[in-house]
Design a protein around this ligand. Structure first.
Ligand code: AMP
Length: 393
């Protein structure tokens, strides 16, 4: 990349991780870590706003990492919705493909992830608003042909004003075997929120994501994970113990080996939703309004936590449900759809070096187009874009 100079970057240790970042980003503080790397909060001195910076160390270190990094980055560029995290910038401090090591992604900064909020005593207003926003974000992904299948509290972030954004784009289509692909990191993948059709390796449709929303809602009410299995088998047991053994009609749709296993489990009648989520778990019922909300919340829950996807509510129905519908805003629910996602990326089998090449090209393309944009904005006299940024090219 011509024009990239070391003088634009500085290095700082954050915990055990070294961040080499553009000088415009100052005051780094670690805020989280995931399978892909460390995330820091920082202050962007150019745009004069707080941001989150995620470091992806050697994103091409193996095929699983590389595919995920490439997919997430492409999707972040494609999708534009207030309930999906927005990409603000992206860069690598290395100057050539040969040297390429690390990728930094700059995003909007949020205050906490949902794990930190889920156990708080949320009132109906907050709970239904959070769920509404999740559904708007999910609907938007579905419109681009992206079915998430792996929504979980750690990948959903919120602000103290109760606004919410989804952080990632879930499992690639080719990860059809429930994302079992080998990953060499000490990071433990949370599977508690995955739907029965994902756990049991069945076909799936959009309402696979409703199951995850149901699990998150149930956890908000109960204050604990609903189906905390140590593995898929244990998790399936937890599901049927509470919700009951599914119908023969459901069993018939399973692959022979899975069906054999599922049919040979002990039979459970399951519990009513009044037993699973008793009144005492709901926010204080001081008013008639609150009592109504609690019964609506339970009604929504029992329509989302349905093992058989054929009988489970879909996203549009959930958005119309009285518990959620109070927030309905056409411009949020039916925001302009993103371009269609090219699923070829999910099915592509490339070597680590080919992935490295592709990721590097994407970053350079982004840096160049962003540079051009800033240059044209600065020619036309827009505020806030300092020369330092433009001069990098
Ligand atoms: P990730 O590597 O994307 O799975 O993120 C790991 C954790 O970092 C999340 O669970 C959040 O706690 C935090 N995090 C990631 N991105 C952001 C962001 N844009 N704003 C606030 N926190 C974030």
């Amino acid at each position: 990349m011509s024009g990239k100079s070391n003088s634009h970057f500085y290095t700082i240790e954050v915990g055990d991780t070294r961040f080499t970042i553009l000088k415009r980003y100052q005051n780094l503080k670690p805020i989280g870590s995931g399978a892909q790397g460390i995330v820091c909060a920082a202050y962007d001195t150019v745009m004069q706003q707080n941001v989150a910076i995620k470091k992806l160390s050697r994103p091409f270190q193996n095929v699983t990492h590389a595919k995920r990094a490439y997919r997430e980055f492409k999707l972040m560029k494609l999708v534009n919705h207030k309930n999906i995290i927005g990409l603000l910038n992206c860069f690598t401090p290395q100057k050539s493909l040969e040297e390429f090591l690390d990728l930094y992604i700059v995003m909007e900064l949020m205050d906490a992830n949902l794990c930190q909020v889920i156990n708080m005593d949320l009132d109906h207003e907050r709970m239904s608003y959070l769920l509404y926003q999740m559904l708007c974000g999910i609907k938007h992904l579905h419109l681009a042909g992206i079915i998430h299948r792996d929504l979980k509290p750690s990948n959903i972030v919120v602000r103290s004003d109760c606004t919410l954004k989804i952080l990632d784009f879930g499992l690639a289509r080719s990860a059809g075997r429930a994302g079992t692909s080998f990953m060499m990191t000490p990071y433990v993948v949370t599977r508690y929120y995955r739907a029965p059709e994902v756990i049991l390796g069945m076909g799936y449709k959009e309402n696979v994501d409703i199951w995850s929303v149901g699990c998150i809602m149930g956890e908000m009410i109960r204050g604990g994970v609903l189906f905390p299995g140590t593995d898929h088998i244990d998790q399936w047991n937890k599901i049927i113990e509470q919700l009951g053994t599914p119908s023969q009609d459901f069993m018939r749709r399973l692959q022979a080996t899975v069906r054999n296993y599922v049919e040979n489990r002990p039979r459970y009648a399951g519990y009513s939703f009044e037993r699973l989520f008793p009144d005492v778990l709901f926010p204080a019922e001081s008013s008639e309004h609150n009592r109504l909300r609690a019964s609506q919340a339970r009604d929504l829950l029992c329509k989302m936590l349905v093992i058989d996807p054929e009988k489970r509510i879909n996203v549009d129905e959930a958005l119309m449900h009285p518990y959620i519908n109070v927030w309905y805003d056409e411009s949020e629910v039916n925001a302009p759809p993103p371009g269609a996602w090219d699923h070829c990326v999910d099915e592509r089998d490339l070597t680590v070096d080919q992935w490295k090449d592709l990721i590097y090209k994407e970053v350079v393309d982004y840096e160049i187009s962003k540079g051009r944009l800033l240059q044209s904005v600065s020619v036309h006299g827009a505020q806030g874009c300092k020369d330092e940024e433009v001069n990098r090219r």
